[in-house]
Write a protein that binds this ligand. Sequence first.
Ligand code: NAP
Ligand code: COA
Length: 255
Amino acid sequence: MAGKTCFMAGATSGINQQVARRFAMAGANLFVISRSEDKVSATVEELRTLGAQADGASVDVRDYDKVAKAAQKCVSLYGKIDMVLAGQAGNFLAPAAGMSANAFKSVIDIDLLGSFNVFRASVEHLNRPGASLIAITAPQATNPMPYQTHVCAAKAGVNMLVKALAMEWGPSGIRVNAISPGPIDDTEGMRRLAGDEKIAAKYKQALALRRWGSKDDIANAALFLCTPEGAYITGTIMEVDGGISLGDASSALPM
Ligand code: NAP
Ligand code: COA
């Protein structure tokens, strides 16, 4: 990845921050955006200590003009963009009947519209052929879950966004994929969905691998999708999920 540039949304904490660290260690130049100025500057500083050229900007992905300005700044610093990560998301548990329209809209706008904005603002700056675009989706895109209607709808949209863009942009040498992480240890996502120990234990029991994944599991998948080894992969939803997409494995008989 030496000399390649990655424009990354939502890489200032959790899973995507680990992707940024991994890309930094592989030699990439990085431009990170998220809302919090403090999180952006702390991440940029850390990526620089890992030896990367890194910069960033405080941007809400719902604001297209600001995303476009950030992509422009990324290009002015490092030249064309080789890789894009749309990893930002919002999540909370909420019953549909008690949730406001604005709560539903917030998650659709952050996850789905935000991913469109990040890809749309990057496309004219992409180094092609060979550019690799990755969205971070979730098992909720295909496994309906109660209290997650907003996330299910948003991430289902992300999956289809990725597939449609892969068809539309493939002919010009742009690959578009998504990674669907299962429950990942020590993340804000799992604190929100399974903060309680009893729920967490039940969650693990339902997984084929009976354990949560690590942020490195997702960073490895992202790295693979951006290296020449992944050059023929496009329009894929790569499940890195311990088997959660297979369904509830808690009643599987021991071999
Ligand atoms: P996280 O630590 O909360 O990371 C979310 C990131 O998105 C942060 O950098 C946050 O920074 C940024 N962000 C949020 N809203 C934004 C907005 N409107 N504009 C710009 N940036 C915004 O979450 P995580 O648990 O690591 O999850 C990361 C991704 O993995 C998400 O796409 C999530 O759906 C997916 N995922 C996670 C799990 C899991 O087990 N955690 C499982 C399946 C899928 P700011 O606060 O500074 O904006
Ligand atoms: N239950 C029901 N509604 C909720 C809620 C909850 N737990 N949390 C927020 N909302 C509602 C708010 O009440 C508001 O609706 P209203 O205007 O009708 O009152 C709406 O959602 C937007 O909330 P707001 O705080 O203004 O949104 P925001 O854009 O500042 O933040 C969130 C977005 C709500 C998704 C926030 O949780 C967030 O920033 N999340 C990012 C981190 C994250 O979720 N990480 C996990 C990723 S898997």
